[in-house]
Design a protein around this ligand. Structure first.
Ligand SMILES: CC(C)(COP(=O)(O)OP(=O)(O)OC[C@H]1O[C@@H](n2cnc3c(N)ncnc32)[C@H](O)[C@@H]1OP(=O)(O)O)[C@@H](O)C(=O)NCCC(=O)NCCS
Length: 168
């Protein structure tokens, strides 16, 4: 499938700025069925963002031109897992739609998410996330951007997971 836009055209937008129709279009994107277990669905991420305390969550959508291609949620304080310190931001469910994967958009989106998180919460000191040990594309994105294990792999929700961190 040909797409009109290159990865350099990827842009980020806060979910808070999207219309209902734009949120619905984002929620309709899909990952592969086996990836739903790892990063959840687009619909679940949009619903989680809508239900959360706006002070503690930043939802981001990634666009190629007019088309949504990805999403990520960033959380702080009570919304973050208990093992995330208060000075940190946790990142959850980075997803690129299945027909857009494998062309560098995940890496680009992660970079845009770091910049947006720093701008939104300038006092935060670290970015922290958990990723399943077998999720090679996600590990490639996070470790390639400089994230490092904060300790040993943990027995997580569905198997072993890395907890990765980076200074902001
Ligand atoms: C993780 C995800 C966002 C990456 O998006 P993407 O646009 O495909 O990523 P990129 O094209 O930027 O590729 C990132 C790296 O993964 C590598 N990669 C892609 N598929 C891979 C695979 N099946 N096995 C190993 N590495 C793979 C790519 O080669 C690339 O590394 P490189 O630049 O060194 O070649 C995407 O796979 C996704 O949405 N997964 C489902 C949700 C998920 O698991 N999210 C993570 C939750 S923590």
């Amino acid at each position: 499938m040909e797409h009109q836009y290159e990865k350099s055209d990827l842009r980020v937008q806060s979910l808070a700025e999207l219309s209902g129709a734009q949120l619905a279009a984002l929620a309709s994107l899909q990952v592969a069925r086996d990836q739903e277990e790892l990063g959840g669905t687009f619909e679940a991420s949009v619903n989680e963002w809508q239900a959360a305390d706006a002070d503690q969550i930043l939802g981001l959508a990634f666009y190629l031109g007019p088309n949504p291609v990805g999403i990520v949620l960033l959380k702080r304080f009570a919304l973050s897992p208990s093992w995330v310190p208060d000075e940190a931001i946790s990142l959850h469910g980075l997803k690129i739609g299945k027909e857009f994967q494998g062309r560098g958009l995940g890496r680009k989106a992660f970079g845009l998410a770091i910049d947006a998180a720093k701008a939104h919460w300038p006092s935060a000191k670290q970015l922290i996330l958990a990723v399943d040990a077998g999720n090679e594309p996600a590990l490639a994105v996070y470790q390639g951007a400089g994230m490092r294990d904060s300790g040993p792999v943990y027995k997580g929700r569905i198997g072993y997971e890395h907890r990765l961190e980076m200074e902001l």
